[in-house]
Write a protein that binds this ligand. Structure first.
Ligand SMILES: *Cc1c(COP(=O)(O)O)cnc(C)c1O
Length: 404
């Protein structure tokens, strides 16, 4: 696959302005296919975690590939339906929501993933054996080293503890609940097959208590490279090993189940470039800052997760390398990149922030009354505007001015 070039990105910046998110459609398709084809000899099914990037055009692109959806709010469920997904292609994995929201999802016909015993009890009393559900279990394995993105550990709010399995079984039996799947999602930084497989084995053991299973859902945790030298998930080797273990499990279970995953980052992260403009170069006693026309309001991952996003000056690719800190225009310390070697940056240059496809736009906000940026989809050599930049009116739309 041919990567999008900086020349094409500069053209997009000139036509649509900055700041702008650009997504390369072929890269999204390529990543989907790569993952889908990495699990030999098992029935693998992917549900894209739409919270990573939920523009309708991206959803339709994945729908056309045969992908399903993982939604974490009823609003995401509606966005998925609006994009043309069938209800039964959507898995709803909420946490800490009101039971009414789950009922609403059931009425729409989407699949339900339950992550709390009290909700399971309500589900059982309400539906008995008439509506199946999946159970989100927490196997308490640690994924990666970063506390913010590990959701499988002992103190996590996500999932039903694997240690509560006896209690779960009693609730399931007393209400005759049809459990059609077991699920785990242990975080977004699983480095090797061993961690994955340790969690999987725990789910395989748990499966013996549930005779109606149709699938096992291993969530996500597929890591992509954000900078040179990053350890990335070796998708071929992990695919081989998981497939092998899964086939063995199906043999023991006595039936061939489907193997599900819910990748977000893996599918869309690398497709995205966030284009910003250098507003000012500011020399202080110790640092040269590049102040850009964006900040934590548009891309919060560097501040929120301490995430590294590679930055390039695409306007001056031949310029000599200098050391900069790239910062935003928000009244916070919103550093997008510390001590980066960039080709000399001049005021007005366009910077490309990479890996901006996942959790970029969807986490953006209006802090400092700033406007959310535009989104562009680059497909078959053509740039399509797929979301207009906000206007000031969008910011105050719901405000009510009262006489007091
Ligand atoms: C966020 C999320 C994912 C996707 O995680 P990525 O790291 O983006 O792949 C999958 N499943 C669930 C339940 C999630 O909440």
């Amino acid at each position: 696959m041919k990567e999008i070039t900086n020349k094409e990105l500069l053209k997009i910046a000139a036509n649509f302005g900055t700041p702008t998110y650009v997504y390369h459609a072929e890269k999204i398709i390529d990543q989907y296919q790569k993952l889908k084809n990495s699990f030999p000899e098992v029935k693998v099914h992917l549900h894209y975690a739409m919270k990573a990037l939920n523009n309708i055009n991206v959803l339709k692109l994945l729908k056309a590939q045969g992908c399903g959806l993982d939604a974490v709010s009823i609003q995401e469920v509606y966005l998925g339906l609006r994009a043309g997904f069938e209800a039964q292609e959507i898995m709803y994995t909420p946490n800490c929501v009101d039971f009414d929201e789950i009922k609403e999802a059931v009425e729409l016909g989407v699949m339900i993933n339950i992550d709390n015993i009290s909700i399971l009890e309500q589900f059982g009393s309400y539906y008995g054996d008439s509506v199946p559900c999946c159970l989100r279990l927490n196997p308490h394995i640690m994924a990666g080293g970063h506390s913010h993105i590990s959701v499988g550990h002992i103190d996590s709010k996500f999932g039903i503890s694997i240690y509560q399995l006896r209690h779960v079984q009693r609730v399931v039996q007393s209400h005759k609940i049809k459990v059609n799947g077991l699920h785990m999602h242990t975080g977004s930084d699983i480095l090797d097959a061993d961690v994955f497989l340790r969690g999987a084995e725990l789910l395989f053991d748990a499966a013996e208590s549930f005779p109606d299973l149709e699938f096992m859902d291993f969530g996500s945790g597929f890591k992509v490279g954000y900078k040179d030298g990053d350890i990335v998930t070796d998708i071929n080797s992990i695919g081989q090993r998981i497939s092998g273990a899964f086939k063995e499990f199906c043999g023991r279970y006595g039936r061939e189940l489907e193997l599900w995953f819910e990748p977000g980052k893996f599918i869309v992260s690398e497709s995205g470039s966030f284009l910003v403009k250098a507003n000012v170069i500011k020399q202080t006693t110790s640092t040269v800052f590049v102040g850009v026309n964006s900040g934590q309001n548009h891309l919060i991952r560097p501040m929120f997760y301490d995430a590294y996003h590679h930055i390039e000056n695409i306007s001056n690719p031949e310029g000599i390398k200098r050391l900069y800190s790239v910062v935003g225009y928000i009244c916070e310390t919103d550093t997008l990149g510390y001590d980066r070697q960039l080709n000399e940056v001049r005021e007005g240059d366009v910077l490309r922030i990479k890996n901006a496809g996942a959790y970029g736009f969807t986490m953006s906000n209006n802090y400092n009354a700033r406007l959310r940026p535009a989104e562009v989809l680059y497909y078959k050599g053509q740039a399509h505007l797929i979301r207009k930049a906000e206007t000031l009116e969008d910011v105050y739309r719901n405000e009510i001015e009262v006489e007091i």
